[in-house]
Design a binder for this molecule. Structure first.
Ligand SMILES: [Fe+2]
Length: 254
């Protein structure tokens, strides 16, 4: 568990708070985020980074993203696949004695202590809650403001960033996700995870706070795109909700 830099940072911050030691500017945002997760008292911009155990309403109609994702796929994805993760997560939470006041992020940060059922479904629920909110029928097509500046600094250009994340999704063997996330040094990173893993998990090879997740499970695209995952990814970019991604980035920065 302590391999997770976020969790290690949280322990440091908790210890520092108890000792009355002032936090450094660099650790304040992630510390605030994780402390909010622990206390279930997230407020202001930290609230955007916390997730509950049940499905929230889809923020648009099933056919709203038709230019990229067809209505039938959206409805089945939300009401069948994602709903099943949420239901199974509830069962795992009940049977494994998880405190109902804790946040899903906290569970994910120590998910290796729990069952495979918890790992798969805590990840599945978290990933899909993030996925719905990360999309919008009125996506601008490009990040702006501080997020765009940071992307350009880290990846040289917005197009280079898109290509790198696209490749992460295309090259994920089998089912999984591609991510834009912020690591423990607050740097933007791109990576991918198998199955329903994500960077918040102590068991994940990549670690940080996800800003944007690309679902490359076949259930996300097969009805319209069949085996053409790259075509789905190309279309997916047109419905990314960059305002939401930017809000998450700002919340992580604090
Ligand atoms: Fe999915």
């Amino acid at each position: 568990m302590e391999n997770n830099p976020l969790h290690t940072r949280r322990n440091f911050i908790n210890t520092s708070l108890k000792a009355g030691v002032a936090l450094s500017v660099g650790s304040a945002a992630l510390g605030s985020f994780l402390s909010s997760c622990n206390n279930n008292t997230a407020g202001n911009n930290a609230a955007i980074l916390t997730t509950g155990f049940t499905q929230t309403p889809l923020p648009y109609a099933y056919n709203a993203l038709e230019k990229a994702i067809d209505s039938a796929t959206m409805e089945i994805h939300y009401t069948k696949h994602a709903a099943a993760y949420a239901k199974a997560l509830g069962e795992a939470v009940a049977s494994e004695g998880v405190d109902a006041k804790t946040s899903l992020e906290t569970v994910l940060s120590k998910v290796s202590k729990y069952s495979t059922k918890m790992r798969n479904n805590a990840g599945g629920h978290y990933n899909h809650e993030l996925f719905w909110k990360s999309l919008s029928p009125t996506g601008s097509g490009k990040a702006g403001g501080k997020l765009l500046t940071a992307i350009e600094q880290q990846f040289n250009s917005f197009d280079a960033f898109k290509n790198q994340l696209t490749d992460a999704g295309k090259n994920r063997f089998g089912s999984g996700w591609a991510w834009l996330y912020v690591d423990g040094s607050k740097e933007l990173k791109i990576g991918s995870t198998p199955n329903q893993d994500n960077p918040l998990m102590d068991a994940s090879e990549i670690k940080g706070v996800p800003l944007l997740g690309l679902d490359v499970w076949e259930h996300a695209y097969y009805l319209r795109y069949q085996n053409k995952r790259p075509d789905y990814i190309d279309a997916w970019w047109s419905v990314v909700n960059w305002d939401y991604v930017a809000e998450r980035y700002q919340a992580v920065l604090g």
